[in-house]
Write a protein that binds this ligand. Structure first.
Ligand code: ZN
Length: 274
C-alpha cells in the first residue's frame, strides 16, 4: 500500500509488499476549484483498477455526500470524481487531504472453488518446495514455490489480462535486499483477483501488457531473480482489501478428475489444458 498526503505540496510513498513492485506514484489525486465547490479527482493511467482510501481534514467545508471507506478507480481513468467539498458562502474554510492506494479492486471476490491449472507444461514435474503460508519466507502468505531450472516455460494458471510486467533485472540473491530485483508478470482475472508469477529470468516475459491470455498459455520463462535462494517459480493469487491486500489459497487441478490444495514437498506433474 502506498500513502500520499497532499498538504502544502507534501507527499510521501511507502510500500509494504513482500515483493516490491514499481516505485513511481501510480495514482494521482488532486483538487479542482469549481463553482461553489472543490472537486477531488483521481487519475489512474495504469491498465488495472486501484483502490483509494481518502482522508479529509476539513474546516468550514463539508463533502457533498459521505466519503466511503474506499473508492475503486477503474483502469485507465482520467478525472474520476472522488467527492465534492461544498464551499460555505458566509465563513472561512480550509482543507487538506491525504490518501493511500493499492493495486486492484477491493470489491473483488474470489470463489474458493475456482480451479487453477498447474503453471507448467503437460508431463513435466516440479516439486512444491514451499506451500501456502509455510514456515519459511511464505509465513502469512498463501504463495507457492515450484523449484524449476531457469528458462522453464511458465504457463498461465488462469485466464486474464497481462497488466504488469518487470523483466529488466538480471540480479538476485538470498537476501531480502534483493527483493526489488525480481522480474514478474501479473495477470488480472475476471473476478478482480490477480496472480503474480515471480523470479522470472532476464527478459523472460513472453507476453505483452494488455494481452488476454487463456489457461495454459505460455507467459514467461522462469528464473532466479530477486530475493531467491535458487531457481524457482513463485506463484500467488491476491486481492485488494479495504486496507492492504490479502493472498488466497488456490485449488489446482492435479489430475483429470481431481482438484485440491497443494501440499508442500510433493512433486506435481503438469496436466493437459482444459
Ligand atoms: Zn516464494
Amino acid at each position: 500500500m502506498r500513502v500520499c498526503s497532499i498538504l502544502i505540496g507534501l507527499f510521501f510513498l511507502s510500500n509494504s509488499f513482500t515483493f516490491s513492485f514499481a516505485q513511481e506514484k501510480e495514482i494521482n489525486v488532486y483538487d479542482i476549484k469549481e463553482d461553489g465547490r472543490i472537486g477531488l479527482y483521481a487519475d489512474n493511467d495504469k491498465p488495472y483498477p486501484q483502490t483509494v482510501t481518502l482522508t479529509l481534514k476539513l474546516v468550514g467545508l463539508r463533502p457533498s455526500k459521505e466519503v466511503p471507506e474506499f473508492i475503486v478507480i477503474p483502469a485507465k481513468s482520467k478525472e474520476f470524481r472522488l467527492t465534492s467539498l461544498i464551499i460555505p458562502y458566509n465563513r472561512g474554510w480550509k482543507y487538506s487531504f491525504s490518501y493511500t492506494y493499492r493495486f486492484g479492486d477491493a470489491n473483488a471476490t474470489h470463489d474458493p472453488n475456482q480451479v487453477y491449472q498447474l503453471p507448467f507444461e503437460e508431463g513435466t514435474s516440479y516439486r512444491l518446495t514451499q506451500g501456502y503460508n509455510s514456515t519459511r519466507s511464505h509465513q502469512g502468505d498463501n504463495a507457492l514455490d515450484f523449484t524449476m531450472e531457469e528458462g522453464t516455460t511458465v504457463l498461465a494458471a488462469r485466464a486474464g489480462e497481462v497488466v504488469r510486467i518487470k523483466e529488466d533485472s538480471n540480479q538476485g540473491c538470498s537476501n531480502i535486499r534483493c527483493s526489488k530485483m525480481a522480474n514478474y508478470v501479473t495477470i488480472l482475472h475476471s473476478d478482480g483477483t490477480y496472480a503474480d508469477y515471480v523470479h522470472l529470468q532476464f527478459q523472460g516475459v513472453t507476453v505483452a501488457l494488455g494481452d488476454m491470455v487463456e489457461v495454459g498459455d505460455p507467459i514467461a520463462l522462469s528464473g532466479n531473480t530477486g530475493w531467491s535462494t535458487g531457481p524457482h517459480l513463485h506463484f500467488v493469487v491476491r486481492k485488494a482489501e479495504s486496507r492492504g491486500e490479502i493472498s488466497l489459497p488456490t485449488i489446482f487441478r492435479i489430475a483429470a478428475d481431481r482438484a485440491e490444495l497443494l501440499t508442500e514437498g510433493t512433486v506435481y506433474t503438469g496436466i493437459k489444458k482444459p
